[in-house]
Design a binder for this molecule. Sequence first.
Ligand code: G3H
Length: 540
Amino acid sequence: MAEDRFNPILHDDSAVPETYRITSPLEQRQYLCDGAIKEWTGPRQDVLSPVCETDGGSVRQKRMGSYPLLTETQALESLEAACRAYDQGRGKWPTMPVEERIKHMEAFTYRMKEQREEVVKLLMWEIGKTLPDAEKEFDRTVDYIRDTIAALKDLDRLSSRFVIEQGVIGQIRRAPLGVVLCMGPFNYPLNETFTTLIPALIMGNAVIFKPPKLGVLLHQPLLKAFCESFPRGVINTVYGDGQQVIAPLMKSGRIDVLAFIGSSRVADILKHQHPKPHRLRCVLGLEAKNAGIVLQDVDVENAVKECALGSLSFNGQRCTALKMIFVHEKIADTFIAGFIDAVGRLKGGMPWEKGVAITPLPEPGKTRYLTELIEDARGKGARVVNKDGGAVQHTFMAPAVLYPVSAGMRLYAEEQFGPVVPIAPFQDIEEPMNYVIQSDYGQQVSLFGSNAQQIAGLIDPLVNQVCRVNINSQCQRGPDTFPFTGRKDSAEGTLSVSDALRVFTIRTMVGAKETDENRRIIQSIIRERSSRFLSTDFIL
Ligand code: G3H
């Protein structure tokens, strides 16, 4: 880590490119409820950037602004608004022709794109994401909306036909579920929130959305676009403490779908708050501890490159990050030497600086937690094998490579979600296999090797442990058209562009025995276009 070249303290705003400077704090007082942007006059939560600045002699996290700390009253107002907009499925939005809903979404996307620079700026300041990654997050989200619209058109075309089976005429379509509560994570506050919010909306549900604790202000520039692009009450925002604003929503029993990306602990609390949990559909993206397994016959250079990317992109703060690396003992020295070299070349710096890979961490107390993990591993026999690994300066931690890590160390089992890379040697492939089997998590795994037979022998058992086996490639969610899910404590439900359209809907149908009278009725309805559901119209 070229850490000596990085001073993680902002001494002077002129060091920030003009476009990305925060000239005055963003004091957000607005929230979106019932088709209006409402003003909040109550208490607000200060937003501190992970970027530190000097204040006289001391160093502190830069204050970027604040957001409303709403209460149960505003949360329930949003709930009322969403329920009214849905109106038991009879509202304007859930009954609107798909083509029109698409037009609303396109109008929103057009306006969203106008806010790119502002959202990218806030992504950098609020969560410390590098400029290229922040731009990628924004653009990927816009692409996701475009692909969602295309997938919906396909779905609509397929559902516009009738099926005749065993003397029954049927038309099967997907219908919305009701009111959806969307909560995304801090590491992809825009993208991962939108990968549930957009499909939920476009399929005709009404949505209440709460940004993650870190990554709130970046949604503010989009409030007006939301407000003006969708009918009243179809989209509402809540901010504040979960106990204040989320618990009342869940306890009301009127949330039909919970789309939550975060920890299984919180997901369990939310689920249990619902008075009729069997009614609640859940789409959950939870913890993961993806393993990389580096086999003896391997292209070491590629394995090093992918493992460094996989474990340290965005400081390791990705649910898909490689969080435990197993290396065959015969090549461990070569791999580790290459890995240390790769990590040493990662540049630490401010998010807007060119070529930066490692940035300050946004979570309060994170460097302390990671230091505890490192100390625990060191106390049990592991060493920090890279120069300056784990060195902390305020909110910044230089990546630490720990070796040899073994069972019994916290780093072996805990999801570190930060720039700490545990590596363990193995002699017998059963060791990493057992690790994956025993793990509480089951998202993905990466296999690095060149022996096709050996890889084949590992793929078959591993696909029944995790939901994606990556060959000579880091773990990742994308492309977004691929299914993204996990087993055990890692996920509930599957997301991809097309799967998301399914998880926020239910199949519903009209069926009729094939009699002359029923044929006449159906033909008349279609000819007169008197039903939106029973119809052969489709979008080209
Ligand atoms: O944090 C979890 C994300 O879904 C990971 O997405 O693999 O594209 O970084 P990514």
